[in-house]
Design a protein. Structure first.
Lengths: 140, 522
């Protein structure tokens, strides 16, 4: 199957969405994901092993959000970074993820710092896990 | 052949300041005049996000996603479909060490000002003395500052920044601030002596953003749409002046025309324009004013007079970006809608002055900010929601002067190239952070980043004014070194830049030169 096959794209979107938001994407987002890949194929050209990396991450259900930062720091972004960031753009503008993007006030300073600590630690955990997986599977 | 007493090339800030000065005197304004291809149909960014139509925000051809692959391919303010026309002119490359960034000049009606931050700040005599090389004085510009501020409408306040901005400006009430910025200024009003002793002065910015109706323009609606459309009547654009002059019949307007070449004789200047279909037309004028914008004017003159790889000095203000945190606002609601620029500051160290503009991040898509945080994107998003109510971003500018290694030229392929390797790092970040601390604002100098070369958009200095100009320099009355009837009025001729936005001074200087043309007697 080619990487712009609708089945392949849907599968990777469902996986990335689950990594990011811990739930299934709405059908509208699936369609938008296809549309962008169709309309702007230029944004998803893959060099070297990038496409294989993405396929491996999705099929083996590796920690996509943890691996992505390790591939990010380049002048041109890795295919994984581009696809996950695309999901973020589509989620923010699609009107169905307001709870994630339009932030509600926290009831107290203590709860605020608790959430800051929790999210920071979670981020570090995923980074460490992502680093290990990137090393094991040889992503670059 | 059409004969005009005066011809102005360009309808950006410089062109419109000149046209305003010379109105009704037989002037023609020539402009390529690109306009937006789409409209932004929502009252606010929040409404657009709630509507959930991704294409309306990301573009019909997903233009906002251009940076997915190359983060530096497009400045965040120029990505949206409704802003593309602002920078779709001549291509140029900026070389900064190993990095090559591409950009485009502006052929837009209103110029790059369509995407500006709208800070309009006067230069003082201290500014000109400190950065040096200016053959004119602040007093030469003063009356034009007054005239333009009255025309444009400025919001702001007379506060501690008067010593840096002057006391003459008549201002409307300042823009509404987000809670963190309001708190910061409130704390400064209590602890100003301590801050001043550490070199920091804070106050309200002076903006071409209306908080009350002014002339025929309504007050700004603060819908946080500035990254998506330039069609905001409450924010001044030279397009509004162009519209006024056209409606009044005070100018002849020739749109869709690009200046190709000119020839000067004793009695007139003959110039050739070309339209989008490639049809050329010749005009004659007594005086030609080049207001095409620094890079467009440089390109024109390099191609006309440059031989053997001529290089012109190039000045810009790429800012240092420093996040500033006010932890008492973490987890709070973002509060009222506002404008990107919140407060203005100056950091005065032994007479060397840096300018600090503090921005809030409302008005941008969150997805645009996520890659700047070195964490997984889901963690970054959650943290962004908690931190941004208590976060401002300081853009810090230093004075800019010409230096040998920063130049603009035409390469062997005929492309405009800017070489910009010299970017001295700001040595004051630790002191700025220290000065902010008593106000409950915390900055870590290690988190600072430098805007990419070419992203200051304060281009200047390519044809500097001098008392006695050499080749590719100008007289203080704007005349080219080799000319009697051709003048430059845009940012090209500013010889150095204080740490302040240059827009109002470009306009005032253009108006000064235009007045000189009217009085020159030939």
């Amino acid at each position: 199957m080619s990487l712009d096959d609708p089945v392949v794209l849907e599968r990777e979107l469902r996986y990335f969405h689950k990594c990011l938001f811990q739930r299934e994407p709405p059908p509208s987002l699936i369609k938008l994901y296809h549309d962008v890949h169709h309309d702007r194929a230029d944004l998803f050209e893959a060099s070297g092993n990038e496409a294989a990396d993405v396929l491996k991450i999705v099929t083996k259900e590796l920690d996509a959000v943890g691996i992505e930062p390790w591939l990010r720091f380049q002048t041109q972004r890795h295919l994984l970074s581009r696809k996950i960031l695309l999901v973020m753009y589509l989620a923010e503008t699609g009107g169905r993820h307001q709870m994630n993007f339009m932030f509600e006030e926290r009831p107290s300073l203590i709860r605020t710092w608790w959430h800051i600590a929790k999210n920071s630690l979670s981020g570090v955990f995923h980074l460490v896990k992502g680093f290990i997986q990137a090393r094991i599977y040889g992503f670059s | 052949m059409v004969f005009l007493d005066y011809a102005i090339i360009g309808a950006g800030p410089a062109g419109m300041a000149a046209a305003l000065t010379m109105r009704k005197r037989g002037i023609g304004v020539f402009d390529i005049g690109h306009r937006p291809s789409t409209e932004f149909d929502f009252e606010s960014l929040e409404d657009a996000l709630r509507a959930g139509n991704s294409r309306s925000l990301l573009g019909g051809a997903w233009q906002m996603l251009d940076n997915l692959w190359e983060p530096l391919s497009k400045h965040p303010k120029l990505k949206a479909e409704g802003m593309r026309h602002v920078a779709d002119g001549e291509r140029f490359d900026v070389l900064s060490g190993d990095i090559r960034i591409s950009g485009r000049t502006s052929y837009a009606e209103g110029g790059l000002a369509n995407a500006w931050g709208a800070q309009l700040l006067r230069y003082t005599q201290d500014d000109l003395d400190a950065c040096g090389d200016w053959p004119i004085k602040e007093s030469d510009l003063e009356s034009y500052y007054n005239l333009l501020e009255d025309h444009i409408g400025i919001s702001g306040c007379h506060d501690d920044l008067d010593r840096f901005l002057g006391t003459d400006s008549a201002v409307q009430s300042p823009i509404p601030l987000v809670d963190a910025a309001e708190y910061l200024l409130g704390q400064y009003k209590i602890k100003w002596e301590l801050c001043n002793s550490r070199g920091l002065y804070l106050g309200h910015p002076r903006l071409a953003v209306l908080t009350q109706r002014w002339r025929d323009r309504s007050a700004h609606d603060f819908g946080e749409k500035e990254f998506f459309t330039a069609d905001l009547p409450g924010i001044y654009s030279p397009r509004w002046t162009l519209r006024e002059l056209k409606l009044a019949g005070d100018i002849d307007y020739f749109d869709g025309r690009k200046l190709i070449d000119y020839e000067e004789s004793d009695d007139f200047v003959m110039f050739t324009t070309e339209d989008a279909q490639g049809i050329r037309q010749q005009f004659k004028t007594r005086h030609l004013l080049l207001a095409c914008g620094t890079l467009n004017t440089a390109s024109l003159l390099l191609r006309k007079f440059g031989e053997g790889g001529a290089r012109l000095p190039f000045i810009d203000h790429p800012p240092t970006l420093l996040p500033v945190f006010l932890p008492r606002f973490f987890g709070a609601r973002m509060g009222r809608r506002s404008y990107p620029i919140q407060t203005l500051g100056f950091f005065d160290v032994n007479g060397e002055i840096d300018m600090i503009s503090l921005y809030q991040t409302g008005g941008m898509l969150k997805a645009d900010l996520l890659m700047d945080m070195p964490l997984p994107l889901n963690s970054s998003l959650a943290l962004l929601g908690l931190l941004t109510p208590g976060m401002l971003v300081a853009q810090i500018w230093r004075p800019a002067r010409a230096c040998r290694n920063n130049w603009v030229g035409i390469d062997a392929n005929g492309r405009l190239v800017i070489n910009y390797p010299e970017r001295p790092h700001n040595p004051h970040l630790k002191d700025i952070a220290r000065a902010l601390r008593p106000l409950g604002a915390y900055a870590v100098p290690g988190f600072a980043s430098e805007a990419p070369a070419g992203w200051g958009f304060h281009y200047a200095g390519t044809l500097p004014m001098r008392h006695t100009p050499m080749a590719f320099e100008t007289f203080s009355d704007g005349r080219l070194w080799n000319s009697r009837r051709v003048r430059v009025v845009d940012g090209s001729i500013l010889p150095s830049l204080p740490a302040k936005n240059l827009s109002l001074t470009i306009m005032a200087n253009s108006a000064r030169i235009a007045t000189g043309v009217l009085k020159c007697g030939y």
